[in-house]
Design a protein around this ligand. Structure first.
Ligand SMILES: *[C@@H]1O[C@H](CO)[C@@H](O)[C@H](O)[C@H]1NC(C)=O
Ligand SMILES: *[C@@H]1O[C@H](CO)[C@@H](O)[C@H](O)[C@H]1NC(C)=O
Ligand SMILES: *[C@@H]1O[C@H](CO)[C@@H](O)[C@H](O)[C@H]1NC(C)=O
Ligand SMILES: *[C@@H]1O[C@H](CO)[C@@H](O)[C@H](O)[C@H]1NC(C)=O
Ligand SMILES: *[C@@H]1O[C@H](CO)[C@@H](O)[C@H](O)[C@H]1NC(C)=O
Ligand SMILES: [Fe+2]
Length: 478
């Protein structure tokens, strides 16, 4: 009886896959045009950038995952007048801070800007699935926040991620962040291009990094943002004598790269609930034999779909996009990594960079050979779905022009501001929405039920796993 039901599910899923895997004229180009806020940065005296009260009060508070498996949190903040302690006190009930941790402090200059004191403090040995309250700063400058740790690594752990890219600090950015904060998202997967401070010069570069830190605090102090770097983080400005790439970004945003044995904060991996998240750097060497290439090769081998069924890759430059802006900029990385993504059956590759939204079909172009003439993407059930979510709302505005006709690999595209949410239900199902900022409302516009590339796609595997785990433990509900 149970077996029969399982077969039926697979038959139904099979049809869904067929329709997902088939390309053709079914791709949709949405012509929706919403009235948008002007693409200008919010003035510095606006209250979204307000400096907290109290002498040298901690500001720009943001947290990220601090280890490989989600039992640690890295808390970062900035103090200005005085260094102040790099200490966090915390506990599991409000106002009862029974634990403490001490971090490190750093500062930097950028042309004639001098940063505040940037604190990074690791809280480790935390319990899973627990709400923690934390306090930073002293006396009347002290500030209190909270966060929730993820459930322990489990293939059926439900979890909701938000995906935001190219955010900036305009009125559209504000709208995106506000909508995200009402989406039920528990962790942000950020696909690069954070503050757009590099659009400024001299000391204003640093000042706009500070304002951005205060802007995102309303979300980032309470839930982890998983960072990846974009081109606006490079800040190669020889005219200002600033030639050390990612200087502001690396000082301000800590990542748990050591936990995944990476040699650089710019690429690393974390596991969270039922997901394995791999962060890549589009703007660091990635070709064969480079540190990033060697690390990715190792990391993909470490992925255990029995523990973390959902395999997600983040990068800044999309490998598939049919927008005229930044067209084919991802080709070099695609040529190097795409066959791994197909081989390891990556579920999703999220990218930003292009200021529009686009979702691909499952397609691959791994037989490309510079001599043979095989150079077109073909339907491929093992391939990831590629999503471009570079529409957070920065001052450069939208990338409104797509290639016409819509290429066969493109399933849905629209040039509006917004963000995505990925609601993982269990090892087989995840509900995905791209949410357009629609005149003050968040409107789920592109909604898809995704089936896991490892668990939902292979009847034989499910049967084998079932017969191996009959005595409970690893339950498969099919
Ligand atoms: C960092 O702060 C210390 C203490 O104020 C100061 O002496 C030092 O010059 C600063 N470093 C940089 C790189 O700005
Ligand atoms: C930094 O340099 C710019 C251009 O030289 C100047 O306009 C500005 O006032 C300086 N700011 C500070 C804080 O020194
Ligand atoms: C990183 O390397 C160390 C030493 O080789 C090893 O013990 C550890 O398990 C590795 N971490 C991961 C996440 O693979
Ligand atoms: C590339 O194409 C050429 C010409 O068709 C063929 O001889 C060669 O084996 C191919 N190489 C690879 C790596 O597929
Ligand atoms: C996973 O969740 C989906 C959607 O909520 C549900 O239909 C399906 O039965 C669940 N599968 C398992 C294995 O629990
Ligand atoms: Fe970009």
């Amino acid at each position: 009886m149970a077996e029969l039901w399982c077969e039926m599910v697979i038959v139904v899923l099979g049809i869904v896959f067929l329709s997902c895997g088939t390309t053709g004229s079914s791709g949709k180009t949405s012509s929706f045009v919403r009235s948008q806020w002007p693409s200008v940065d919010i003035p510095l005296d606006n209250q979204v950038f307000e400096v907290p009260k109290g002498r040298s009060a901690p500001q720009q508070v943001h947290i990220t995952q601090g280890d490989y498996d989600g039992k640690a949190v890295l808390i970062s903040w900035v103090t200005t007048e005085e260094i102040g302690p790099s200490e966090v006190t915390y506990g599991t009930s409000k106002k009862n801070y029974v634990f403490n941790a001490v971090g490190r402090v750093t500062n930097y200059t950028f042309y004639n800007y001098t940063s505040g004191f940037i604190h990074h403090c690791l809280l480790d040995g935390l319990e899973y699935d627990t709400k923690y309250y934390y306090k930073i700063g002293t006396d009347d400058s002290a500030r209190e926040f909270w966060f929730e740790t993820p459930p322990k690594i489990d293939p059926d752990a439900p979890y909701t991620f938000g995906i935001i890219g190219d955010l900036g600090q305009t009125y559209n950015s504000f709208s995106t962040l506000e909508h995200y904060m009402h989406s039920g998202g528990q962790t942000v997967l950020f696909v690069g291009d954070l503050s757009y401070a590099d659009r400024y010069e001299y000391n204003d570069v640093g000042i706009r990094w500070d304002s951005w830190g205060r802007f995102i605090e309303q979300s980032a102090a309470y839930q982890p943002w998983i960072w990846s770097a974009g081109n606006h983080e490079i800040e190669y400005m020889p005219n200002l004598g600033e030639v050390f790439p990612f200087k502001s970004y690396l000082h301000r945003f800590a990542t748990p790269y050591v936990a995944s044995n990476s040699s650089s904060p710019l690429w690393y991996a974390v596991r969270r609930a039922s997901a394995h998240i791999i962060v890549l750097s589009s703007y660091s060497p990635f070709v064969k034999y480079t540190p990033q290439w060697r690390w990715l090769q190792e990391e993909l081998r470490r992925v255990d779909r029995k523990k973390t069924p959902w395999l997600i890759v983040l990068m800044h430059v999309p490998l598939y996009s049919s927008n005229l802006v930044h067209y084919m900029e991802g080709e070099s990385m695609r040529a190097v990594y795409e066959d791994w993504f197909v081989h390891y059956k990556v579920d999703f590759v999220f990218a930003g960079h292009v200021h529009a939204y686009e979702r691909s079909y499952r397609i691959s172009n791994i037989y490309y050979n510079v001599s043979s003439g095989d150079c077109y993407p073909v339907p491929d059930n093992s391939a990831p779905v590629y999503m471009t979510v570079g529409d957070g709302g920065n001052q450069e505005g939208l990338a409104g022009r797509f290639w016409d006709p819509q290429p066969e690999y493109s399933a849905f595209r629209e040039a509006s501001y917004g963000h995505s949410t990925l609601e993982i239900r269990n090892r087989t199902h995840a509900l995905y929405h791209w949410n357009r900022n629609d005149d003050g409302k968040k409107v789920p516009t592109d909604s898809v039920i995704f089936h896991n590339q490892y668990w939902a796609r292979n009847l034989l595997r499910r049967r084998l796993e079932k017969s191996h785990s009959n005595s409970g433990g690893d339950q498969i509900n099919c």
